[in-house]
Design a protein around this ligand. Structure first.
Ligand code: KG4
Ligand code: ZN
Length: 341
C-alpha cells in the first residue's frame, strides 16, 4: 500500500541545476505554478561557445540563494509553509547537479519535510501537466535539449520506456555547434531559428541521419556535413550564405524528429505527443510537428517556453508526484550524472 508523504495540495519547492540554468519554483498540488525563477548563465558560457562545467557549478553556488529567495517571494510563500523540497538528482553535469541537490537536501533536513531527488527527464515530461492538467497517458514524449534527445513511451506517469535516444550529440548541442561554426554566438538554437527564417531550407541537401531506421537519433554526421560544406566554400573563396546553411541544417534536424515522433505515436497507437526541452522552443519544429500531428489526428502538447527549458517548477511537479506515491529520497543519497530513468 502506498502512503502519500505529502497532501494532494502540498506546496513543493523545486530546484534545478543540472546544466547552466539555476532555477527554483514553487508548485501547489503538482500542477499550479506559484513561481518559476530561472537564472540563465548563457552570458557566462558564451565566450566559450558552450557550457563549461566548472564555471556552471560555481555560478550555481553564487546564484542559488537569490533564486530560491525570489521563488519564495514570487509565490508569497515562507520557508515554514513548504511541505516538501525537490531537486534534480540527475542526469546532468555532476558539479552542477551537486549544488542544487545538496541545497535541496539541506533545506528539507532543516525544515523537517520530505525530500525528493528528481530524474531530470521526468521533470521535462511532467512540465506538460503544469499547463495542461488534462494530459493523460498514454502518450509519446519527445524531450530535446542541450543535454538530451529522448523519445519515450509514457503508458502511465512514473513508468517510462525509452524508445529512442541520440547515439552521439544531443539535438541542442548540434544547434550550438553549428551556430558556433557560423559565428552566431551561444546559445545557438535561438540564433539559428531566427536566421533560418530568411534562408532557403532546400538550398543545401544535408543528411537525414537514421531516417527510416528505428527511433534513435544521430547528429554527428550532420554536424560534420555542415563543417565540410563551410570549409568547401572557404577553400573555393565563395561567400557563405549563412541563412541558407542555418535553414538547411535546421530542416534536416526537424525532418527526422518529426518523422520519428509521429512514427512512435502511430505505431504505439497513442493519441498524444508531448514535446519538451529547450529545443522545443524551435519555431520550425513546432510548426512541422503541429502540421504532421494534425494530419494524423494526433494531439500535440507543447508547454510554453519557460516550462520547456530547464526550470524548477517542473522539478517541483515531479517531486510532488513521487512523494504522493510514497517515494522519498534518503538524505544520504547522492546526485548521479547518469541516473537511469
Ligand atoms: O532544456 P535546456 O534549457 O537545457 C538543457 O537541458 O540543455 O535547452 C537548451 C538548449 C540549447 O542547446 C539551445 O541552443 C537550445 O536548447 N534551444 C534551441 C532553441 N532555443 C533553445 N534550439 C533550437 N531552436 C530554438 N529556438
Ligand atoms: Zn533539460
Amino acid at each position: 500500500m502506498t502512503v502519500a508523504l505529502v497532501d494532494a495540495d502540498a506546496l513543493v519547492l523545486g530546484i534545478e541545476t543540472s546544466c547552466d540554468e539555476t532555477a527554483a519554483g514553487v508548485v501547489r498540488g503538482g500542477t499550479e505554478v506559484l513561481s518559476n525563477v530561472i537564472a540563465s548563465q548563457a552570458d557566462l558560457h558564451a565566450p566559450f561557445g558552450g557550457v563549461v562545467p566548472e564555471v556552471a557549478a560555481r555560478a550555481h553556488v553564487e546564484n542559488m540563494p537569490m533564486v530560491i529567495d525570489k521563488a519564495l517571494r514570487d509565490a508569497a510563500v515562507t520557508l515554514s509553509e513548504l511541505h516538501a523540497v525537490a531537486a534534480t538528482r540527475g542526469p546532468g553535469l555532476i558539479g552542477a547537479l551537486l549544488v542544487g541537490f545538496a541545497t535541496g537536501k539541506a533545506m528539507a533536513s532543516a525544515l523537517g519535510v520530505p525530500f525528493s531527488g528528481v530524474h531530470h527527464i521526468e521533470g521535462h515530461i511532467l512540465a506538460a501537466q503544469l499547463e495542461y492538467p488534462d494530459v493523460d497517458p498514454p502518450f509519446v514524449a519527445l524531450v530535446v535539449s542541450g543535454g538530451h534527445t529522448s523519445l519515450l513511451a509514457v503508458r502511465e506517469l512514473g513508468s517510462y520506456e525509452v524508445l529512442g535516444e541520440t547515439l552521439d550529440d544531443a539535438a541542442g548541442e548540434a544547434f550550438d555547434k553549428v551556430a558556433r561554426l557560423l559565428d552566431l554566438g551561444y546559445p545557438g538554437g535561438p540564433a539559428i531559428d531566427r536566421l533560418a527564417k530568411r534562408g532557403d531550407a532546400k538550398a543545401i541537401a544535408f543528411p537525414r541521419a537514421l531516417s527510416g531506421q528505428g527511433l534513435d537519433f544521430s547528429y554527428s554526421g550532420l554536424k560534420t556535413a555542415v563543417v565540410r560544406y563551410v570549409r568547401g566554400l572557404e577553400a573555393a573563396g565563395e561567400r557563405m550564405k549563412r541563412a541558407d546553411i542555418a535553414a538547411a541544417f535546421q530542416e534536416a534536424v526537424v525532418d527526422v524528429q518529426v518523422e520519428k515522433a509521429i512514427r512512435a505515436a502511430t505505431t504505439m497507437e497513442v493519441p498524444t505527443i508531448v514535446l519538451g526541452g529547450g529545443v522545443a522552443s524551435n519555431t520550425r519544429l513546432r510548426e512541422r510537428l503541429a502540421e504532421a500531428a494534425e494530419q494524423r489526428g494526433l494531439r500535440l502538447i507543447v508547454p510554453s517556453g519557460r516550462l520547456c527549458v530547464d526550470n524548477g517548477a517542473m522539478i517541483a511537479a515531479a517531486g510532488h508526484f513521487r512523494l504522493r506515491k510514497g517515494e522519498a529520497t534518503a538524505l544520504d543519497a547522492s546526485a548521479d550524472a547518469s541516473l537511469p530513468l
